[in-house]
Ligand binder design. Structure first.
Ligand SMILES: [Zn+2]
Ligand SMILES: [Zn+2]
Length: 118
């Protein structure tokens, strides 16, 4: 539940008015979902899957958030790095500049020019 006037999140169930500003113009989750879902679609089209996933989490739609993150993985899984310690190749999908090798467990850095491809 959210106040349409001041935008504060109202935690009590079925409030008659906003405890912060006294406004009776309240938005229920049901009312804001279509707005947020259209925002999410825009983010997804722009390739901002992580941001879209966070919005899904705000709506407590965790399965959708998960789906979004999987899309994100799919997008960047083409980028893989060879471990300098054991030579195993593994894809990475985060913007972290270091990854942990799945085979030998050692950490290695990702060159900035590779990160820029993400
Ligand atoms: Zn308010
Ligand atoms: Zn390794």
């Amino acid at each position: 539940m959210k106040c349409a006037n001041c935008g504060e999140e109202i935690l009590q169930k079925n409030p008659q008015k906003c405890p912060y500003c006294g406004s009776t113009d309240l938005l229920s989750m049901k009312d804001i979902i279509p707005t947020v879902v259209s925002e999410i679609d825009t983010l997804k089209k722009a390739g901002k899957f992580e941001e879209a996933a966070l919005k899904y989490e705000e709506l407590e739609m965790y399965d959708k958030a998960e789906e979004c993150r999987n899309l994100n993985m799919g997008k960047v899984s083409a980028i893989s790095m060879k471990c300098p310690h054991c030579g195993a190749t593994q894809p990475f999908s985060s913007k972290n500049d270091a990854v942990k090798c799945k085979r030998c467990g050692k950490n290695y850095g990702i060159p900035k020019k590779v990160l820029d491809l993400l």
